[in-house]
Design a protein around this ligand. Structure first.
Ligand SMILES: CC(C)=CCC/C(C)=C/CC/C(C)=C/COP(=O)(O)OP(=O)(O)O
Length: 548
């Protein structure tokens, strides 16, 4: 039923014969052609209808009845057929409107024009299929060029988010007041508890042992945010996401140290930490963990989105309440810990793009694979320490170190295709493919050497290589990411669309004005569906009604 019911210039006209007081709805292209073909198969009445239809088309095209006089009987027959078509068209138009509304909600504001052009260009598309097709197909425009839908979708999403950000501005100020009062309250509580400033607690508990690590966590989240942003980065959003991630990570790390205070006290590596050394009390640490956890997730929820906040909170739970106890239960803890470390970049991506998508998984995958050689090297180097602390690390059940080294090597090799995937998924240029592969080969080299020798020296070399790998990998991702040209192209195309749409609208307005002049400016101008369509879609050519 929908096929061929909408032509590109599906302008609906209701022509009203002043002499017969007969309202004849007309369709500029699509319905006429369909009516003609329908009429061809239904006898003489239909032939008359078709003839009337052709004359009417001519009338609509030229704006006047033209040289051939109108035959009113064929006009009536045509009107019966076209009446149905117009009803079909109105329904179709209404449904398109509804589908476009949904699509607009999902994709952002400036896609209206693109969706419409696509819809009209295709002519025969069912409105529900339109959204699906847009996401999988190439969108071809008037100028004959073909654009990839994902680029358009990304651009529209960006615009949508900017609009959202503007809408949120009011709520931001309320949040800022809340944040200041919240921090003040926590500060006062901390001072009352042990006459100690919150900043001291923060510095002591978080920065003393986790400086490099926490900075890496924040860096991965920030990189995820930039990658998920396209070319126009919302720097305020970036700062808030990094701050939120840092707070939630601080909370998770503090809880981890609270739960492991006794174990940490037995390990050389950790016994000087603020909690086991007694510089900070457990109530202080819990106050700190609760306040940073709540504030960090509130910051993510209000300034980024609920998805990012949800990922942050879930990760906190995974780290503090699943991974931490698992360390004393089963060697699988290192793999669970690798998931914890992979979430922050995903959080950053989700904060920027509002979703979790396949190309958003690249950095989390790198983080996951990277952590295994990193923590395997650490667990190998600190075997005695971990055993003293009562932790069940993988390396403890592997006296020769061969399986530990094999796990590390395997995961280093998994890093090899990531550069190609980044390039293939359109995240970076080919240079990154080369750089990332060289980096992965370098870390794999240290892992091979550790696998072959299994000495402390080799384990330490692999550990240092892992420390170097991540910042270099992320810098490469940022330096070689490709979005600028795509965005530029899309902006230019959108401008073209705006121009085309406005010129179409102007032409339509001129026609409308002419018709209004002819009709003396009376009568109903638009059907209800047109009212519905015009308001939210600036590019939507509303069906115009002429009442001669
Ligand atoms: C947003 C959010 C919640 C982010 C969390 C990021 C985060 C803290 C990741 C930690 C990953 C990890 C397995 C660390 C090792 O902990 P460990 O307990 O083995 O270290 P330790 O032995 O030094 O205590």
């Amino acid at each position: 039923m929908w096929r061929n019911s909408v032509g590109f210039s599906s302008k609906l006209l209701t022509s009203k014969s002043s002499s017969s007081n007969l309202r004849v709805p007309l369709l500029y292209h699509g319905v006429v052609s369909r009516s003609t073909s329908t009429a061809a198969g239904s006898g003489s009445e239909s032939t008359e209808a078709a003839a009337g239809s052709v004359k009417l088309t001519e009338w609509v095209r030229t704006g006047s009845p033209g040289s051939s006089a109108l035959n009113l009987s064929s006009f009536t027959a045509a009107s019966v057929l076209k009446g149905r078509d117009v009803v079909d068209l109105a329904k179709h138009y209404g449904r398109c409107y509804s589908e476009l509304s949904k699509a607009r909600l999902r994709l952002g504001n400036n896609l209206d024009g693109i969706l419409l052009l696509y819809l009209f260009e295709k002519r025969d598309i069912h409105p529900i299929k339109c959204r699906y097709n847009l996401s999988v197909a190439h969108v071809s425009m008037f100028d004959g060029q073909v654009y990839q839908a994902p680029a358009l979708v990304r651009y529209s999403r960006l615009l949508g988010r900017l609009v959202e950000v503007r809408k949120k501005e009011l709520r931001y100020s309320k949040f800022q007041i809340l944040l200041v009062f919240g921090l003040l309250g926590v500060e006062l509580l901390a001072i009352k508890l042990q006459n100690m400033s919150l900043l001291c607690i923060f510095a002591a508990s978080f920065f003393s042992n986790y400086t490099v690590f926490s900075m890496l966590v924040v860096a991965t989240s920030g990189t995820g945010y930039i990658l998920g942003s396209g070319s126009a980065i919302d720097y305020m959003g970036l700062c808030c996401t990094c701050a939120g991630t840092m707070m939630v990570a601080a909370s998770a790390s503090t809880l981890n140290q609270v739960f492991e205070v006794k174990n940490d006290a037995m390990m050389n590596r950790t016994k000087k930490r603020p909690l086991p050394s007694g510089r900070i009390s457990i109530p202080h640490a819990v106050t700190w963990a609760s306040s940073t956890g709540i504030l960090g997730s509130a910051l993510l929820a209000s300034k980024a989105n609920m998805l990012a906040a949800g990922l942050g909170v879930s990760n906190l739970v995974l780290y503090a309440f699943i991974y931490t106890p698992l360390k004393q239960i089963h060697p699988i803890n290192t793999w669970v810990g690798a998931i914890v470390g992979a979430i922050p970049p995903l959080l950053g991506w989700a904060a920027a793009s509002g979703q979790v998508s396949l190309n958003g998984m690249l950095l989390p995958a790198a983080l996951y694979f990277w952590q295994l050689p990193h923590f395997m090297a650490l667990a190998y180097l600190c075997r005695k320490d971990y055993a003293d602390g009562g932790f069940r690390m993988f390396s403890l059940a592997d006296a020769s170190g061969q399986r530990t080294a094999a796990v590390a090597l395997r995961n280093c090799l998994y890093l090899l295709p990531l550069g190609y995937l980044a390039y293939d998924w359109g995240l970076t240029s080919g240079w990154f493919c080369l750089e990332s592969t060289l980096l992965a080969l370098a870390i794999s080299g240290t892992a091979i050497s550790f696998y072959l020798n299994r000495t402390t020296k080799d384990a330490r070399r692999m550990f240092h290589a892992s420390l170097l790998y991540l910042p270099v990998f992320m810098s490469g991702l940022l330096i070689h990411r490709v979005t600028e040209s795509e965005q530029q192209m899309t902006i230019e195309n959108t401008n073209k669309i705006v121009e085309i749409s406005s010129s179409l609208e102007t032409t339509e307005e001129t026609r409308e004005e002419k018709r209004m002049k002819q009709s003396g400016g009376n009568g109903q101008r638009r059907p209800p569906v047109a009212y519905a369509s015009v308001a939210p879609f600036p590019f939507l050519p509303a069906p115009s009604y002429a009442t001669p």
